[in-house]
Design a protein around this ligand. Structure first.
Ligand code: GLU
Length: 307
């Protein structure tokens, strides 16, 4: 059976889940997305991509951006980044503020909203936020081998208008002295990284380096060194899915990241990268049909980091 057949079978298999779950409602522009959308794409070691369903339709990458921003921030700051953000699973919703108070403004890990705000601040460094955003976009375009990737500015605006909670998180972190840049500069970068529009196919391609120890197997270009790539995967496995990271590791067994737009990125080390998109979310915020699709995919391929 060809890999294309596998993807098509997976989608056919999970058709009963299409449209299930709740489309995120707290960002008005996101709430308008059609909950029936369902797409999956995988890119394997030779760079060939396989796709089924709505895999070539763009959506906002939301917190999938945290992974790429983290990779870049680690290139800039190396292990000094960990002075500002931890590496433990949160076990709480993505934008929980309680933990921040208990941990004195040093977010649990870089894959929560608070953690990503700190990563954004570090990535901006001493530059203008736009310059840092250009670097992130250039990185994504290079990794995805696609120059067309851009920010959906309407969505970014909508996020900013609905951003009271993220604004609170950023101010809270700033109050503990863990932001170097003005809060609004950090938020402007953050809302725009979340509003980058990409397809499943582009995302799977962009994340391929994480399946091959930091180096794009097609171009031979290193996005990061092996140890950093492994650590990013470790964080995705332990903290990539809000309060259901353990359940995702149990069911799928691959490092991954869930986003509120209903996208899930999964890394199969040595094999390839997969992105699935279905906007309906489960109670913890992970794509409901998306997680089932990945479960079916690993059943068929035998992919797991626990072999
Ligand atoms: N922009 C979203 C927020 O901060 C991202 C959340 C997510 O995808 O987990 O609320």
């Amino acid at each position: 059976m060809s890999f294309q057949d596998v993807l098509e079978e997976v989608l056919a298999d999970i058709s009963a889940y299409r449209g299930q779950g709740k489309v995120a409602g707290y960002i008005p522009a996101l709430a308008k997305v059609d909950g029936q959308k369902l797409g999956i794409a995988a890119v394997l070691s030779d760079g060939r991509s396989y796709a089924a369903g709505d895999a070539d339709e763009a959506f906002s990458i939301q917190s999938l951006s945290y992974v790429f921003a983290l990779a870049l921030a680690l290139e800039h700051h190396k292990s000094a980044l960990w002075n500002h953000v931890g590496r433990e699973p949160a076990g709480s919703p993505v934008n929980s503020i309680i933990q921040l108070e208990m941990e004195k403004g040093r977010p649990r890990n870089p894959l929560t909203a608070a953690g990503s705000l700190v990563v954004c601040d570090q990535l901006i460094g001493r530059r203008a936020p736009d310059e840092a955003l250009d670097e992130l976009l250039a990185f994504l375009r290079r990794c995805a081998a696609d120059e067309a990737i851009a920010v959906d500015e309407t969505l970014a605006m909508s996020e900013s208008h609905a951003g009271a909670l993220n604004r609170s998180l950023a101010n809270f972190i700033a109050a503990f002295g863990n932001l170097n840049n003005p809060v609004e500069d950090v938020l402007s970068f953050y809302f725009r990284q979340c509003s980058i529009a990409m397809t499943c196919r582009q995302l799977a391609r962009a994340a391929l380096f994480l399946a091959f120890d930091g180096t794009d197997p097609v171009s031979g270009e290193a996005a990061t060194i092996p140890s950093r790539s492994r650590r990013i995967n470790a964080l995705m496995l332990t903290a990539g899915h809000y309060d259901n990271s353990g359940d995702f590791a149990f069911r799928v067994g691959l490092p991954g990241k869930s986003a509120v737009s209903g996208a899930i990125l999964a890394i199969a080390p040595g094999h390839g990268a997969v992105c699935v998109w279905s906007p309906g979310l489960n109670a913890a915020g992970t794509s409901l049909a998306g997680a089932v699709a990945l479960e079916r995919l690993v059943e068929r391929t035998g992919w797991s980091v626990f072999v």
